[in-house]
Design a protein around this ligand. Structure first.
Ligand code: GDP
Ligand code: MN
Length: 381
């Protein structure tokens, strides 16, 4: 789950990261009164869950409260990378001397968190990594020990910060690491962390990604979810506990188990097709869940054939078949479907599907070839 800038910065601030004074507004009038309250120059910032808002015109400096109102009314009407702007953050503007990047994420290869920093902040860190990889400094953190003081100082010195700023930088790095650690984040990022003309460090931007699998123990964070940023299909998938990722192809897939879902996508590609999605219905899925999964797959207009691949262990093939029938009773569709059901209660499952005129297959290879052939025919029409 992605958090908005204002939410991330609030969480950072609770651990002692210095952030600009500011508040969130949903209307231009509110933005104006926040600007009046703050006094002086402000920055009006679109709150959407994508990067590069600055380049897209979603970050505006305003010298007066009137200008802030005007900027807010423009920004609140924008869509940035397809997402509508419903809120703006009105922050006291900072006088920037230098922009630094500071982030914590998981280093999967090292199986540890890693702190990443660069003196080339402000722009996207991926870009710096591509063009000037030597300008990125990393330290891996032992999760049992946490970020050590000497590591934070090493980062500060490698950035070339003057010595009088090491302590402040180190405490920000420590705070950021502890937010990341305690809130089960997969990313906690400040870009830019600025040095102001007055020589202070200040987090101007904030981004957090929380591990969805940990939300059960962070109910307060779960409530911060912005449902506007999800597509209807993603929202429905989440409600039913399905893992769904939409892709660009034409063959909808419904599979139980993430590994089998990936293998299924590979086999579709092997036979020249393109999967329309990744969808894992999970273990022991109920008919209701299967029905939701099929509705979600069919809501994608690019789908011209569906491949259902179920390996019945805990999941029972007859239960899946009943779910498919239930879904077909609710949505009328002409999209052909190929099913391969094996394992627990497979005979009963196949009998149910055969009655529903579904194409069945004996192996995954067979099922994938049939689904690809149908999708190609669909594309020709
Ligand atoms: P992003 O483009 O979505 O990453 O949004 P940011 O919050 O990082 O803002 C983009 C850029 O706007 C920053 O890198 C700064 O250069 C600039 N910016 C943001 N806030 C301020 C501010 O308070 N004062 C000034 N002068 N520039 C700012
Ligand atoms: Mn940024």
């Amino acid at each position: 789950m992605n958090l908005h800038e204002y939410q991330s910065k609030q969480l950072f601030a609770q651990k002692g990261v210095p952030i600009p004074k500011g508040k969130v507004a949903s209307t231009a009038a509110e933005a104006r009164s926040i600007a009046e309250e703050l006094g002086g120059r402000v920055v009006v910032k679109s709150q959407v869950l994508v990067g590069g808002r600055g380049k897209a015109g979603g970050i505006r400096l305003a010298n007066t409260a009137e200008e802030a109102e005007e900027a807010a009314s423009e920004v609140l009407g924008m869509r940035i990378k397809g997402l509508p702007v419903r809120k703006v953050l009105v922050d006291e503007a900072a006088d920037i001397q230098k922009e630094i990047y500071l982030g914590v994420t998981n280093d999967r290869a090292a199986r540890r968190p890693v702190l990443i920093t660069s003196a080339e902040g402000g722009v996207e860190i991926e870009e710096v990594a591509r063009t000037d990889p030597e300008k990125i400094i990393r330290v891996q953190v032992d999760p049992l020990l946490g970020l050590r003081e000497y590591q934070a100082r090493y980062l500060a010195s490698s950035l070339g910060l003057p010595r009088e700023q090491w302590r402040e930088f180190a405490s920000i790095a420590q705070a950021l690491y502890s937010v990341y650690d305690e809130l089960d984040a997969t990313l906690a990022e400040i870009n830019p962390l600025v040095i102001t003309k007055q020589g202070r460090l200040l987090a101007l931007d904030g981004k957090m990604v929380i591990d969805d699998n940990s939300l059960f123990r962070h109910p307060d964070l779960a409530e911060m979810r912005d449902v506007d940023a999800e597509t209807a299909a993603e929202r429905e998938a989440r409600t039913f506990g399905l893992s769904y990722i939409q892709l660009d192809g034409s063959i909808g897939c419904m599979v139980n188990g993430a590994g089998l879902a990936m293998a299924t996508m590979d086999v579709i590609k092997l036979y020249g097709g393109e999967p329309a999605n990744f969808l894992d219905i999970g273990g022991g899925a109920s008919a209701e869940k299967v029905s939701a999964a099929l509705r979600i797959i069919l809501s994608d207009v690019k789908v011209t054939s569906v491949l259902i691949n179920i390996f019945g262990g805990i999941t029972r093939a007859d239960e899946v078949a009943r779910g498919i029938l239930e879904a077909l009773g609710e949505v009328s569709t002409t999209v052909p479907m190929v099913a391969r059901l094996v394992g627990t209660n497979e005979a009963e499952g196949r009998r149910i599907l055969a009655e529903a005129d579904m194409i069945t297959a004996s192996s995954l290879a067979d099922a994938a070839q049939k689904a690809v052939a149908i999708a190609e025919k669909g594309a020709e029409q």
